[in-house]
Design a protein around this ligand. Structure first.
Ligand code: FEO
Length: 167
């Protein structure tokens, strides 16, 4: 059974994962509207991953005797200044999510809920992967320079086609 404190922070995490899903969907739609097919595919796939993350939290809260509440989710930005800025915003967002997951790990220890601590370890690993994946794309963008968006778009498309999200 979850403690009230853990139920509350896990529910807050549902909302954060939901917002991440919305943010990536906004980036996907923005890139799609600019004809950046590879980049928009990458963001659409991220959107689906975040939906899965949100569902994992919802199911876990309910499984442990809590009540997962479906949250109201804020509208993400409609516009992004450029591809690099969109990936920078992604990285910043993932870093915020990592902090939030680490905070939950700390609360698991305080509350001596080692089951949840064990369960959330999957997210600790996932965050490491997500941050390094976005950082890798930013490094690639820097290497290619502003004039090579076409190449970057083609490259990122090949990554998802190969089913490889790591960079
Ligand atoms: Fe579910 Fe990208 O954090």
């Amino acid at each position: 059974m979850l403690t009230k404190k853990l139920e509350k922070v896990l529910n807050e995490q549902v909302e954060k994962e939901g917002y991440a899903a919305q943010l990536y969907l906004a980036m996907a739609s923005w890139a799609d509207s600019k004809g950046l097919e590879g980049i928009s595919n990458w963001f659409y796939a991220q959107h689906m991953e975040e939906i899965q993350h949100m569902l994992k939290f919802i199911k876990y809260i309910n499984e442990r005797g809590g009540h997962a509440v479906v949250p109201k989710i804020d509208q993400p930005p409609r516009e992004f200044k450029g591809v690099k800025q969109a990936f920078e915003a992604s990285l910043e967002h993932e870093q915020m999510v990592t902090k939030s997951i680490n905070n939950i790990v700390g609360i698991c220890l305080e509350e001596k809920d080692f089951t949840t601590q064990n369960w959330i370890q999957w997210f600790v690993d996932e965050q490491l992967e997500e941050e390094s994946s976005v950082q890798g794309l930013l490094d690639k963008l820097d290497l290619l320079g502003d004039g090579n968006l076409y190449l970057f778009d083609r490259d990122i498309m090949a990554m998802r086609v190969a089913g490889d999200t790591a960079v």
